[in-house]
Ligand binder design. Structure first.
Ligand code: PLP
Length: 419
């Protein structure tokens, strides 16, 4: 018999195998200083394009003040226990009411973390005889929620209507056999490539197929729609989304999340959502902080306007220089380049060291082999100067990528990695 840990000693996993070369720099980097457009990386100032503080709320003095006052008033423990047992307060209820009203649903329920809450909501919404239909490019929290499902599930090709319909047909046949229903799950905005989920088209299919739609709008909430209420508002279909989800970890610049739906669905989830029934309630500091942030999101449209000014400046600036941004329809700004993993590492190092530009890098196995994805997240705290400097830096690194500089620089590394 083998020791349980044998496999771990031998195989660190698809990302973990790069730890020796990558840790501390490409993964687990330490960004220091107040959250803003410019932070410190290894002691040097960098333009930061890798945090999801879309509206620039994270470090605003009025936000920091409310956070600090709430911490002083309640500490980080209150309330103790799960919502159902001893962790319930008026302010939790108030936040839920305000969130529900903002996203135009009858009711909302708080989640401690988006990831965990999504997993648990999927788990609570389906029984063994139900069928799940979901996008193949779904976020890990959707994939992991679906993994808990003991019944049938079908993936459809990313945002592909033909494939969605084909799988709805299959799901309908299956559900007729099992006597269950169908849950279709999409993201509002796909966080890697920035495309909006085809919510409007999916909802149109409700005329032919009987299913319920669950939308993870982590990147849409606060950034899309006239009032910032998200992708459903942007596409004019918010009322047709059956269960709406957003996290506080992006536009709200905090921790926590919520789901919103009809009162009866939320009432059911309150009594069946294991992530909330068997875990401590969201602490008051975060609840009070979220009330403040939601108020700013509702009353300060200038934050979203500034965000979009920066998004347009960055995306147009890069496109004008011939960069491939794929099919983004949101603030998420992916830049696709061609190269090996060692080339990508040399390129990112150059971007950070020579140009002071810090963004996330995504390579195989997250995207196909031979592609490098540099992912930029513009926020309201960026300036047009940040944009200009970044576009210039990107042009410089592309020239070096194309003339083979990074290939040469990375040859030693590539050999060491057996590439
Ligand atoms: C699409 C999507 N869903 C869910 C989550 C998880 O949210 P949280 O960070 O609150 O756990 C994220 C990332 O934060 C996300 O990008």
């Amino acid at each position: 018999m083998r020791d349980l840990f044998d496999k771990i000693y031998k195989d660190k996993g698809p990302l973990g195998k790069w730890a020796a070369q990558a840790e501390g720099y490409f993964v687990f980097p330490k960004l220091e200083g107040p959250l803003s457009n410019r932070m410190k990386f290894q002691g040097k100032e960098v333009i930061t394009w890798s945090i999801n503080d879309y509206l620039g709320l994270a470090n605003m003095p009025e936000v920091r003040k409310v956070d600090a006052e709430a911490a002083a008033a309640y500490g980080s423990a209150y309330p103790m226990g799960a919502r159902m047992m001893s962790g319930h307060t008026d302010l939790h209820e108030q936040l839920e009411e305000e969130l529900a009203e903002f996203v135009e649903k009858e009711a909302a329920y708080l989640l401690n973390f988006g990831y965990q809450g999504m997993v648990s909501t999927i788990d609570a919404l389906v029984m063994k005889n139900d069928v799940i239909v979901y996008d193949v490019d779904a976020h890990a929290c959707i994939i992991d929620g679906v993994r808990l499902h003991q019944g049938q599930r079908y993936t459809y090709k990313h945002n592909d209507l033909e494939s969605i319909e084909k799988n709805l047909k299959r799901a309908t046949l299956m559900a007729e056999k099992t006597g269950g229903g169908i849950l279709l799950i999409s993201e509002g905005v796909f966080g890697m490539r920035g495309e909006q989920g085809k919510l409007k088209e999916i909802i149109a299919l409700k005329e032919q197929y009987n299913f319920r739609l669950f939308v993870d709008d982590a990147h849409g909430f606060g950034t899309l729609g006239k009032r910032g209420a998200g992708t459903g508002e942007e596409q004019g279909v918010q009322d047709k989304i059956d269960v709406y989800f957003a996290t506080f970890a992006k536009s709200m610049a905090s921790t926590g999340a919520f789901i919103a739906a009809d009162q009866e669905i939320i009432d059911f989830l309150k009594y069946n959502l294991r992530s909330q029934m068997f875990a401590k309630s969201l602490q008051m500091q975060l609840v009070v902080g979220a009330l403040k942030r939601l108020d700013m999101l509702r009353t300060m449209p200038e934050l979203k306007e500034k965000l979009w000014r920066n998004v347009h400046a960055l995306q147009n600036g890069l496109r004008d220089k011939g960069f491939d941004l794929g099919t983004t329809q949101s603030c998420v700004t992916p830049v696709y380049l061609k190269g090996s993993i060692p080339e990508a590492m040399a390129l990112v190092k150059d971007l950070r060291e020579s140009h002071g530009v810090f963004c996330s890098i995504v390579v195989y196995p997250v995207i196909p082999k031979g592609l490098i994805l540099l992912r930029l997240i513009p926020t309201a705290s960026h300036t047009l100067e940040d944009v200009t400097e970044t576009v210039t830096a990107f042009s410089a690194i592309r020239a070096r990528l194309e003339n083979g500089t990074y290939k040469r620089m990375s040859a030693v590394l590539a050999e060491a990695m057996g590439e």
